[in-house]
Design a protein around this ligand. Structure first.
Ligand code: GDP
Length: 427
């Protein structure tokens, strides 16, 4: 059976923790999109980890971790990550890399940085990991698949030559930076080949057999619905689809095999990078939530950047859950809100004098003002509680109010960053 774990918001909802938790009883965990630009923070028996490319199931002996064809594969970063977890005592994970995954090339990282520099104040807030240039090249059909590392030298050099001719025009005339050479790019690719060779696999064929054999498979999404290039807050989105449906493509499995879609929703809002964020808060109110948020504060796992903070947004989350095709909501980081006397929740948007609960397109979103309802806080620590009935009444009311507003069942409540800090609700 295949379960997707995806985000309903702007990312950083706690997908890593939910994946790590569900991986305990799963066989295979797959990353199907995105790259090393975002991170998942995981706390378990081995310590605290920030994973960027590796799936969050790498901490178990019994799991196979897969980098699917939809991922932007940065080979040196992947291997640095494997080394890091091994150094912290995690057993060498079993990893497979799709032969159809495309590689982030060194010039993608350079071009990403140069473009952000050029755009200066008008930049997209890229993490400069090369993701946007990578996906641009993939769809312009000038990207490099892992399988091409095993092509003959002449064909590979020939293709490198054609691609870098175009890159060098940009480097010389737009960015005024050093140019690329075929020898240098070819040598880098040969280093990548040596690193990745033992792991290369026909992943869709492997998964076809695994599904037939009844294996339990998790698809782990990166970022959330708001960052989807089609359904999110375009253009302030990421470059690959963040939706569960894309799991079928980015892993190479039939779409009807995805039986369960666990959408992770955070009990308040946070976002990184630029873009519309209707329920954003500022000043001391934001600083306090940021400082108390997540595990040790809301700061980027990849960049360390302070995240933008906001109250829970029912409009965005209802839409975010709908567009994911949610079967279950995992409601996370609820414990953090225990300090508040009352908790504002955004229940509608006011756009041109009218109130709506429907999430609009970006041009209208720009004009939206939040409509808040205030719920009473519970003013107590809820970590350590394991049964839903034992949560304070106001805390249950908060969960149930949000469940009604978003219209999808909250079947899991996470009340701490640890692997077993979870309350299941039978719905
Ligand atoms: P992801 O990208 O969706 O995996 O999310 P991140 O890892 O960026 O952010 C989630 C942060 O919240 C991490 O630091 C987690 O350890 C932490 N976290 C996850 N669930 C909970 C929870 O229920 N309570 C608290 N306090 N922290 C949590």
């Amino acid at each position: 059976m295949v379960t997707a774990i995806v985000g309903a918001n702007w990312g950083d909802e706690g997908k890593g923790k939910i994946t790590d938790m569900l991986a305990e009883t799963s066989d295979i965990i797959i990353r199907f999109q995105g790259g090393a630009n975002a991170g998942h923070t995981i706390i378990n028996d081995y310590g605290k980890f920030a994973l960027h490319t590796l799936p969050s199931g790498v901490f178990y002996d019994h799991t196979t971790s897969i980098i699917g064809n939809g991922v932007a594969l940065d080979i040196p970063k992947l291997f640095r990550e494997i080394r890091d977890i091994e150094e912290k005592g995690v057993p060498t994970p079993k990893i497979l890399v799709s032969d159809r995954a495309q590689m982030v090339m060194p010039y993608h990282v350079l071009l990403d940085g140069y473009e952000e520099e050029r755009l200066a104040g008008k930049s997209f807030g890229s993490t400069k990991s090369g993701i946007a240039p990578f996906y641009s090249d993939k769809y312009a059909k000038i990207g490099f698949q892992v399988s091409e590392l095993f092509d003959d030298e002449e064909s590979l050099r020939d293709k490198i030559g054609r691609v870098i001719t175009q890159k060098n025009v940009l480097l010389e005339h737009l960015y005024h930076k050093p140019l690329l050479t075929v020898d240098e790019v070819y040598a880098t690719l040969m280093e990548y080949k040596e690193m990745v060779s033992p792991y290369v696999c026909d992943v869709s064929a492997f998964l076809y057999e695994a599904i037939k054999a009844g294996k339990k498979i998790l698809l782990e999404g990166q970022l959330g619905s708001m960052k989807d290039p089609d359904h999110g807050i375009y253009p302030m989105v990421t470059s690959s689809s963040t939706l569960a449906a894309y799991g079928a493509i980015g892993a190479g499995i039939p779409p009807y095999e995805i039986k369960k879609i666990v959408t992770v929703v955070k009990a308040y809002s946070s976002a990184v990078g630029a873009g519309e964020f209707v329920s954003e808060i500022f000043g001391d109110e934001a600083d306090e939530l940021r400082r108390r948020g997540g595990d040790g504060g809301e700061f980027g796992a990849t960049t360390g950047r302070p995240r933008r903070m906001g109250w829970f947004d029912c409009v965005a989350t209802r839409y975010g859950c709908r567009i994911q095709g949610t079967t279950d909501v995992a409601f996370t980081v609820l414990d953090v809100l225990g300090y508040l006397d009352e908790i504002p929740v955004c229940v509608g948007y006011e756009i041109d004098g009218e109130i709506t609960k429907d999430f609009p397109v970006t041009t209208k979103l720009k004009k939206a003002k939040p409509v808040y309802e205030k719920l009473p806080g519970w003013k107590t620590e809820i970590r350590g509680i394991t049964r839903y009935e034992d949560l304070p009444e106001n805390c249950r009311n908060y969960i149930e109010f949000i469940e009604k507003e978003i219209g999808f069942p909250i079947t899991m409540v996470s009340n701490g960053p640890g692997r077993h800090e979870i309350i299941y609700r039978n719905k």
